[in-house]
Ligand binder design. Structure first.
Ligand code: NAP
Length: 320
């Protein structure tokens, strides 16, 4: 089968399209014919060797795939051959024609979600759901700022927050991104490249502040975020690419808190809740993964360059 292989950590050019043996499922495993694989920012940190999770070389990247079950190992009960599924992690990597996964890593893909959208479920929607429901413990009628609303996690968060009955603000850095944020559920949008936009957000709350901030770039925004919070406000750090200085007094005076997580460290109970919640939303149409760019598997290195550039528009997906 064709697969992207990484033999050494480095820039996007280390992603090579190669022929490798098609894996076979052992007991408890599922072989999925992958039709589309989602590209996530963490795939690039891992490829560079700069991530907390460091795979042994060589490896095939990708946790988020969507396709059809090709074969199942002994004892597998959850899915059978020809079922449409999405993956939430795999054993052998989703940037490939076939991926081996544990039975618990494959999940049914509702009929109205196509494979390209299915490749944008696990990391973006799992993260957004965990941030809002488990970390922030959001309640209907609260105000949430999705700080970075035009990308994979941001568009997912807008849809979930809107369906939960929150008042939703979103930021993006381009006119297209702002348009997407509005379309996907933001009641109001703000340009995070415009000087003074934080004051506009505060004014939009009547100076009360927002209850929840889902933060995609904490090293740039965290010191301002603490000043945008209402009493008992929560910042959930989702993305961060460096260090930042904050004034804890801003938190003290608001009884506010900063929370953070990585999706790798959630509990099995949380993960089960996430998939149940996502399946319901995908099935009833409230959750609709936004596919912004589709590239062939052979162009994985281009996808890794473009995912880190400004101007997000939903997910970048590789088709296979
Ligand atoms: P993405 O699709 O590349 O989107 C990036 C988002 O960040 C876009 O909305 C972008 O907006 C926005 N952004 C850029 N500059 C910003 C600024 N100054 N202030 C606020 N937002 C800004 O990436 P993603 O998949 O949504 O992931 C977002 C971040 O979360 C990444 O850093 C990723 O590594 C991290 N993440 C963490 C976890 C976890 O487990 N903690 C899970 C998933 C993702 P424009 O392009 O419109 O400027």
């Amino acid at each position: 089968m064709k697969a992207i292989r990484v033999h050494e950590f480095g820039g996007p050019e280390v992603l090579k399209l190669e022929d490798v043996a098609t894996p076979k499922p052992s007991a408890g495993e599922v072989l999925v014919r992958i039709h589309a694989a989602g590209v996530n920012p963490y795939d690039t940190y891992m490829r560079a060797g700069a991530y907390a999770v460091k795979p042994s070389l060589p490896y095939t990247p990708g946790s988020d795939g969507a396709g059809v079950v090709e074969a199942v190992g002994d004892g597998v009960k959850k899915v059978r051959r020809d079922d449409r599924v999405y993956t939430a992690r795999t054993l052998t990597g989703a940037y490939a024609e076939y991926a081996l996964a544990l039975e618990e890593q494959v999940h049914p893909l509702p009929a109205k979600i196509d494979f390209k959208q299915g490749a944008g479920i696990w990391v973006p929607y799992g993260t957004a759901y965990h941030a809002l429901c488990h970390s922030a413990k959001a309640h209907p009628s609260e105000t949430t700022l999705v700080h970075g609303a035009s990308g994979g996690v941001g568009t997912a968060a807008l849809q979930i927050a809107r369906a939960m009955g929150l008042r939703v603000f979103g930021t993006a850095g381009t006119p297209n991104g702002l348009e997407i944020a509005k379309r996907e559920g933001a009641h109001q949008v703000f340009d995070h490249r415009k000087a003074g936009y934080q004051e506009e957000i505060l004014q939009a709350t009547g100076t009360r502040g927002v209850d929840i901030i889902l933060e995609m770039l904490a090293n740039v925004n965290l010191s301002h975020d603490t000043k945008l919070l209402a009493n008992n406000g929560r910042v959930v750090v989702i993305g961060n690419r460096g260090e930042v200085t904050i004034n804890p007094r801003e938190l003290m005076s608001r009884r506010a808190s900063i929370r953070a997580f990585t999706l790798w460290a959630i509990t099995p109970t949380e993960e089960a809740e996430i998939h149940a919640g996502l399946f319901a939303g995908l099935e009833n149409g409230t959750l609709r993964p936004v596919v912004g760019k589709v590239l062939p598997l052979a162009e994985a290195s281009r996808a890794h360059k473009e995912i880190l550039e400004p101007g997000s528009a939903g997910k970048i997906v590789l088709t296979i």
